[in-house]
Design a protein around this ligand. Structure first.
Ligand SMILES: *Cc1c(COP(=O)(O)O)cnc(C)c1O
Length: 405
């Protein structure tokens, strides 16, 4: 159930709030754990040894900094703004999610936890978490909806090979929302021994802030790299928005630079009716889901709506609370691209640049394909390519009718 009751206290200045959004809406049993986590994170953040260890792993284990790549052929074909890709797809495990998994994994170790749980949608966060648990020698349990397990089977196999236990979730829509509920249930039961490694800029405070901080490196590098290559800031930064972690990481350092447009792309799915898409800013309303106050796709009774997207990673009824605030203030713009446009973008980028994007990232590419041609040639678009498409080969083969042996 989502509630549409606005917080009664003006909350602009409270920690964990983004305007009126965010906060901490959890059962009493989790309050102490969240307060402890907030404290441990604040201490770790200020600890040079923690930051040095994280920076070392991001560099040598994950592969940072990621390149900023100029799409020469694509730009020529479209005949408008220059298109650059921030290559998060080149990171170890294939997506941006490893940035956050490493950060929180080190934090869990520092807190003395031996067991890590996580939810996963596309499976990328599960793989990143299982990878970090193997690296740090920790027990790992991943919750994943049955529907997502079927459409992302390769990632299930990868997690199991890495030594994680994958628990299927058969309740509700059997996707990310239900996996998060199961993981929260586990955490309530095992909170003393267990660390909940949340995979997006979602959930109760401090998660949205902490996850954003672990992805800030994306925009920090982008800014340096585009200045080095072009001598100026981009016209726009474009990123797909599921829970919102890759997008907030790609936007964050540009927020004070008001001349840079920030464009978030939601999943338009297969239609505009409730249940056919995951466009929280087009049909959603403020409400509480899974610990945080943000935009939520819900029916008139506050029941969480079903969502659909060809990409499992964008298929979620709510959106990170910082995006809700950026949306309301107008600092960021949010648009949508549907399943068909994302599939077209996969083909276009694959054949023009030799880069096979994840279906999630393809939504951001699709928006660049739409707006670049009508922009002047001196304009610059930076698309955050959040992940690679290998995990989507099953869906792509079916949807695009590509024949195998
Ligand atoms: C999980 C995932 C997303 C969506 O998650 P955000 O938190 O919105 O970034 C986007 N792209 C890829 C490749 C993913 O794996």
């Amino acid at each position: 159930m989502a509630s549409v009751i606005l917080p009664s206290v003006p909350s602009e200045s409270r920690p964990g709030r983004f305007g009126i959004y965010g906060g901490r809406y959890v059962p009493e049993t989790l309050m102490a754990a969240l307060v402890e986590l907030e404290h441990e994170y604040d201490v770790a953040k200020a600890d040079a040894a923690f930051q040095t260890e994280l920076a070392g792993l991001l560099k040598d284990f994950a592969g940072r900094p990621t390149p900023l790549y100029f799409c020469k052929r694509l730009t020529e074909q479209l005949g408008g703004a220059k298109i650059y890709l921030k290559r998060e797809d080149l990171l170890h495990t294939g997506a941006h999610k490893i940035n956050n998994a490493l950060g929180q994994g080190l934090l869990a170790k520092r807190m003395g936890k031996k067991r890590i749980i996580a939810e996963t949608g596309a499976g990328q966060h599960g793989v990143a978490t299982a990878t970090v648990c193997a690296l740090l020698g920790m027990e790992c349990v991943i919750y994943m909806g049955d529907v997502d397990m079927a459409r992302q089977e390769l990632n299930v196999l990868r997690m199991r090979l890495l030594g994680a236990e994958v628990r299927g979730v058969s309740s509700g829509s059997k996707t990310l929302k239900d996996a998060i509920s199961e993981a929260m249930r586990d955490w309530v039961t095992n909170v003393r021994t267990t660390y909940y490694l949340l995979g997006s800029a979602l959930g109760a405070h401090p998660y949205p802030t902490m996850v954003r901080d672990f992805h800030r490196c994306i925009s920090r590098e982008m800014k340096e790299q585009i200045i080095e290559k072009e001598g100026r800031l981009p016209t726009a930064v474009i990123a797909c928005v599921g829970g919102g972690s890759n997008a907030i990481g790609a936007f964050y350092e540009f927020i004070p630079n008001r001349e840079v447009r920030l464009i978030g792309v939601e999943a338009g799915g297969c239609g505009t009716e409730l249940g056919q898409h995951a466009v929280r800013f087009g049909g959603g309303a403020p409400g509480v889901l899974q610990g945080t106050f943000s935009y939520v796709l819900q029916d008139e009774n506050g029941q969480i709506a079903m969502t659909h997207s060809v990409s499992a990673g964008l298929d979620y009824a709510s959106i990170g609370p910082e995006h809700a605030a950026l949306h309301d203030s107008g600092r960021a713009e949010y648009v949508s691209q549907d399943d068909a446009a994302a599939l077209d973008a996969v083909v276009k980028l694959s054949r023009t640049e030799g880069i096979l994007p994840a279906l999630e990232s393809a939504h951001a590419v699709a928006e660049a394909l739409r707006i670049a041609p009508s922009m002047p040639a001196r304009d610059i678009l930076v698309v955050n390519l959040s992940g690679r498409g290998d995990k989507d080969m099953g869906i792509l083969a079916r949807e695009l009718n590509i024949q195998g042996a």
